[in-house]
Design a protein around this ligand. Structure first.
Ligand code: IPM
Ligand code: MG
Length: 388
């Protein structure tokens, strides 16, 4: 997912692009980069420790330093303060240039307890709203060396799977009115043209810098909001003649993701469709632990793994830290405009995987898996060897 979104966007007035341009200036500064670190629950803290270690190690090699503002979120925060996204955590985020998020949530059997009830929703929707995180970016790439781990047959995966899903994050059914009156419940799906333009602008730019295809996913045969998405996308297409724009119904898109994933380059869609499709796409690489994601807002961005808190794996040193490590690379690229340092981390991760060093979730049959910490150490070693 080599998207160099920072370049080439000179005239766009959208806050996201303004921020990305500002990041270029930030890259020249020698002041420590401030990062809010919210490890959360389950495997969050373990994979976050590894990611922060890799980031510090890369910083040493590239002459960059960080100031981390640690803060609890989710169940961990509830234990401390009775709130899944407390004011002190919000403040830590406000005081930082970027937010590194782990994962939130507890075991299924404990979901009814106040500690876990709505923990994910309160924490993650709270942060999205608080920081106006309107555009979510989730890549799904099958590493050729890990093709064995993909649930798809090799003749499908061998064609190459490398897509990025851009999801609108603050509209649609998630943030419309919700109400229940006796046996009747209502959730309102609402979009304005301005809301739709934000993810689409990013998606057109991403497509231009990648393979040039943008698939807008909707349900325009049924929904008015989808027809508005089509209208706005068609209007914007005139300014992006180099992008091949296509529309696809969401049910068909779900099918094509499995049948012909190599078809996709950039997918852009509304909130709920994006939630569902990005989960489907996230298993194509072979493990939920492989892909990072970014949520882009008007004042700062948040980076989190696409997978969850995996309570059953907690504390066993078996969780895959790749997604969390790649979050730091995404952060270096988007918030701090340090694409070389980002690429160094990404290359170190893929070289480590290519050398057969991997956690149990993706280890080839018969191979000896390594632990969470050992994987991080191997990435650091790889970084030192290439960038000493
Ligand atoms: C995600 C999650 C969240 C969402 C939940 C936890 C509210 O599934 O980030 O995809 O639906 O957006
Ligand atoms: Mg989801």
């Amino acid at each position: 997912y080599e998207i160099e979104i920072v370049t080439g966007v000179q005239t766009c007035a959208l806050p996201i692009f303004a921020l990305l341009r500002l990041a270029r200036g930030r890259a020249m500064s020698s002041a420590p980069m401030t990062v809010a670190v919210l490890p959360g629950d389950g495997i969050g803290p373990e994979v976050m420790d590894v990611a922060v270690k890799v980031l510090n190690h890369a910083g040493g090699l590239f002459g960059k330093s960080f100031k981390f503002n640690h803060a609890p979120v989710g169940g961990a925060a509830f234990d401390a303060s009775g709130d899944h996204f407390p004011q002190s955590t919000r403040q830590a985020c406000m005081d930082s240039e970027a937010i590194l998020y782990g994962s939130v949530g507890g075991p299924v059997s404990e979901q009814h307890l106040p500690k876990w009830k709505d923990a994910e929703k309160n924490a993650v929707l709270g942060i999205r709203k608080a920081f106006d995180l309107a555009v979510n970016v989730r890549p799904a790439t099958v590493y050729p060396t890990l093709a064995h781990a993909s649930p798809l047959r090799s003749e499908i995966v061998d064609k190459g799977v490398d897509m990025v899903i851009i999801r609108e994050l603050l509209g649609g059914l998630y943030f419309g009115e919700h109400k229940t009156e006796g046996d009747k419940a209502t959730d309102v799906c609402e979009y304005s043209a301005d809301q739709i333009r934000r993810p689409l602008e990013f998606a057109f730019t991403a497509a231009k810098q990648r393979r040039g295809r943008l698939t807008v996913v909707d349900k325009a045969n049924v929904l008015d909001t989808s027809r508005l998405w089509r209208r706005v996308a068609n209007e914007m297409a005139a300014q992006h003649p180099e992008v091949e724009l296509e529309f696809m119904y969401v049910d068909n898109a779900a099918m094509q993701l499995i049948k012909a994933p190599s078809h996709f380059d950039v997918i852009c869609t509304e909130n709920l469709f994006g939630d569902i499709l990005s989960d489907a796409a996230s298993v194509l690489p072979g493990s939920l632990g492989l892909m990072p994601s970014a949520s882009l807002g008007s004042s700062k961005y948040m980076y989190e793994p696409s997978g969850g808190s995996a309570p059953d794996l907690t504390g066993l040193d078996v969780a895959n830290p790749v997604a969390q490590i790649l979050c730091t690379a995404m952060m270096l690229r988007y918030t701090f405009a340090l694409p070389e340092m980002a690429a160094a981390i990404e290359t170190a991760v893929s070289s480590t995987l290519a050398a057969g060093i991997c956690t149990a979730d993706i280890a080839p049959p018969g191979a000896q898996p390594c632990g969470t910490k050992a994987f991080g150490d191997a990435v650091c070693k790889q970084l030192s060897e290439t960038h000493a």
